[in-house]
Design a protein around this ligand. Structure first.
Ligand code: SAM
Length: 274
């Protein structure tokens, strides 16, 4: 399993080049993309087999047969590390099941590149891949994902990036911290850091154009238990008009305090008033 550059050819590893040079065959997500990579790396013409989401099951069997016959098979995706929101899962599992060796040749991955410059906590992070494209499903998924205190790493298509950033501000919270990593390792690389409340506007005004490739990182608003008397009063007033979850959400937006903590407190206040 060989990782390839995500935009800058110089990021290919010596070992990746060596392994691809020695391979008997290369299984590629798109043979034209990999053909161009091999040409740029001066690797002589190799037999290439297409291995993508629609034929992976069949190709997995072919790869197992080739490995059994003593061939060295390399699997690459168009860019980055195979299997990370890319094909390869079925091939790896077929090879494991056949009790043959799968060897990683690590290298670039957009998720890791983004995390390394995010400035966000990396002790614990959640790689979420692409969120659902439909709004309701995306918001439900965001709500599930943001329930833990951890950094979220998302891939997003350029035409959906501003919509997703709006959802992040509404579902995770306006004070959630966001990092937008655009076109990493390429000529027009941009890294923007700020609050979720500003993030969509940055795209919509063209400060960060909605073109190219994007990784979004999200860090939940700071978790704090420090509730001042006026914060608590605000929650109580809102609770007399709204449901506990709405009162917690509005108080969270005003104070920046984690809405889960406010929700728990809202439930306690409601119980006490019964
Ligand atoms: N397997 C790849 C990896 O290891 O990063 C990811 C493949 S996934 C199909 C492609 C997505 O990765 C893009 O839509 C974008 O979200 C992200 N991505 C890939 N290259 C990128 C780059 N140079 N800058 C920002 N995001 C990138």
């Amino acid at each position: 399993m060989v990782a390839t550059p995500i935009g800058n050819l110089a990021d290919v590893t010596y070992r990746a080049v060596d392994v691809m040079r020695k391979a008997d065959v290369i299984a590629a997500e798109d043979t034209r993309v990999t053909g161009r990579l091999l040409a740029a790396l001066d690797i002589e013409e190799k037999p290439l087999i297409a291995c993508h989401d629609h034929n992976e099951e069949v190709v997995a069997r072919e790869i197992v047969d080739r490995l059994r016959g003593g061939q060295q098979v390399v699997l690459v995706s168009d860019a980055g590390t195979p299997l990370i929101s890319d094909p390869g899962y079925r091939v790896v599992n077929a090879v494991i099941e056949a009790q043959l060796g799968v060897i990683p040749v690590p290298g670039p991955s957009a998720a890791m590149a983004a995390l390394s410059v995010s400035g966000m906590s990396t002790d614990s992070f959640l790689f979420c891949g692409f969120l659902p494209s439909k709004k309701t499903a995306r918001r439900t998924r965001l709500s599930e994902l943001s329930s833990g205190v951890t950094t979220l790493v998302l891939y997003e298509a350029p035409h959906r990036v501003s919509e997703t950033l709006r959802d992040i501000a509404e579902v995770v919270g306006a004070t959630a911290r966001v990092v937008i990593c655009r076109e990493m390792t390429k000529r027009y690389e941009q890294i923007w850091r700020g609050d979720a409340s500003d993030a969509a506007r940055v795209i919509e005004t063209g400060v960060v154009p909605d073109r190219g490739e994007f990784v979004l990182l999200v860090s939940s608003p700071e978790v704090t238990n420090d509730l001042s008397a006026s914060d608590q009063r605000l929650l109580e007033v809102l609770l007399s008009e709204l449901s506990p979850s709405s009162a917690a959400r509005v108080t969270s937006e005003v104070t920046g305090i984690d809405r889960r903590i406010l929700y728990e407190l809202a439930m306690v206040i409601k119980e006490a008033k019964r």
